[in-house]
Design a protein around this ligand. Structure first.
Ligand code: HAM
Length: 444
């Protein structure tokens, strides 16, 4: 038999400690950020009935991108491609018991059958933060503020990214009243606008003409005019008093009050998912090297109601860990992350293993992360292992050290040595952690 392939599944990633450290760093900053807004963590199943995605997530996600299959009992299930339908189902199930408004978050993995490319994987991780039970601009602005903070808390500056905001109801009005499209034409135009920056201008025009059909000569200039609207004030006057425009103005005003200076109205921002009913937004990376959407979300007031209960006003966001990582890389915001292990304990002879084992236990009980070399190999090999693992301290344990209780501690970064007792090892380790170890700063 030929040997098995070590290749991971297409579009998925292996996370060795180095990659996992980085991912955990991102997750830790996110946990801290959303918890600082009072959001509480939940968990949800990996598999859900396929129906919950077919209902409102849209043809692309539910029809083409789900990993769907029949389970052994004949039920059609899907590996979750997103969290929004799951958390809506959960909130619908516990509607009476939950304290409202409910601020909920989770960090979980998802699968979508997509063509893998930069920032697009088949298995990816997302932070989802959703606010259930509040209608209106204050809730919309809170979710945008939380998303904004989820980038700023990595040390980012506002000029590094842009928050683009739009409103689904306004989009519907523009499609029907301004561009005079029917339902089918509107849906197609929204999908086309969603892809505007991903296709050549000529192709965009060709498809727009197709959608307008016989009305193309009036439709095209209007579409061009619509795309050129850069502020809420540029919107057609007949829409000025529309609820959606009022809400949009209110959201922008609140964002300004919150000190968010990089939020703009973007009439072309559609968001691909069908369930959005009001405000929609995306965060974009401004770097020319990574000019893409980082995360997105919006208001979806109709989803909870699909589960047979009174509808609940809801707004939320999904933030991808990979797009976040790429943003941090491009803007040079990633700290140098090292192993979390504090000391590597090196027994200098076979006889000193028991004493070294005792020391390891003693240190662990004091909160030190101590790895013990139990191989019995030569000392230089043990030191090499500690260096390769980037562990900051090596502690040498021999018969003499065990008898005296004073151990040789070598700082593997600075190469100096001192002979100290177990208690002192604890303080040395903790002082180092305190001295600017980024990981420690964001420890939960
Ligand atoms: P989404 O726009 O499909 O929205 O995904 C949100 C974010 O998840 C994306 O901007 C990206 O950061 C990340 N993401 C999505 N697909 C992939 C992928 N294939 N590879 C890597 N990252 C990916 C939603 O999922 C909505 N459910 C968000 C939401 C929550 N709306 C309201 N609440």
């Amino acid at each position: 038999m030929s040997s098995l392939s070590t290749q991971n599944y297409k579009g998925s990633r292996d996370y060795f400690p180095e990659e996992k450290r980085l991912q955990n760093y991102i997750f830790n900053v996110w946990h801290k950020t959303v918890e600082s807004f009072g959001y509480e963590e939940y968990g949800a199943p990996l598999l859900e009935p396929l129906d919950i995605y077919l209902a409102k997530s849209g043809q692309e996600l539910a029809g083409e991108q789900t990993y769907a299959f029949e389970d052994r009992g004949g039920r059609m299930v899907a590996i979750r491609p997103e969290m929004t339908p799951s958390i809506s189902r959960m909130v619908a199930a516990k509607r009476q018991e939950l304290a409202m408004p409910a601020r909920l978050y989770s960090i979980a993995n998802f699968m979508r059958y997509e063509r893998p490319q930069r920032g697009r994987e088949r298995e990816f991780w997302q932070l989802n933060a959703d606010l259930f039970g509040v209608d209106g601009a204050a809730a919309d602005a809170e979710i945008i503020e939380l998303s904004h903070a989820s980038v700023m808390n990595f040390g980012a500056k506002q000029e590094m990214f842009t928050v683009r905001v739009n409103n689904r109801q306004l989009i519907n009005r523009l499609m029907s009243q301004f561009l005079k499209l029917d339902i089918v034409g509107s849906t197609m135009m929204m999908k086309l606008l969603d892809r505007k920056n991903k296709i050549p201008a000529e192709e965009f025009k060709r498809q727009a003409i197709e959608i307008f059909g016989t009305q193309a000569s009036e439709g095209l200039p209007k579409l061009a005019k619509m795309i050129s609207m850069k502020s809420v004030d540029d919107l057609p006057s007949e829409l000025a008093n529309d609820d959606s425009v009022k809400q949009l103005r209110e959201v922008m005003k609140l964002l300004c009050q919150k000190g968010i200076e990089n939020a703009v109205f973007d009439v072309t921002l559609m968001r691909g998912l069908d369930y959005y009913t009001g405000m929609v937004f995306e965060l974009f990376d401004n770097s020319p090297e990574n000019n893409r959407a980082l995360f997105g979300g919006g208001r979806y007031d109709g989803l909870v109601g699909l589960f047979g209960v009174e509808p609940i006003s809801t707004v939320g966001v999904g933030m991808g860990a990979t797009t976040m990582q790429q943003f941090l890389e491009v803007h040079d915001l990633l700290p140098k992350l090292k192993s979390k292990t504090d000391v590597y304990i090196i027994p200098v002879s076979k006889e000193s293993l028991v004493g070294a084992d005792d020391l390891a236990r003693k240190l662990r009980n004091e909160g030190v992360r101590a790895e013990l070399d139990i191989t019995g190999r030569k000392i230089d090999k043990q030191i090499k292992a500690a260096l390769k693992k980037q562990i900051p301290f090596a502690v040498f344990v021999g018969e003499e050290e065990i008898a005296s209780g004073a151990y040789t501690v070598r700082n593997l970064v600075e190469s100096d040595e001192q002979k100290v007792g177990a208690e002192r090892i604890v303080t040395i380790v903790k002082d180092r952690r305190y001295d600017g170890d980024e990981d420690a700063l964001f420890e939960l």
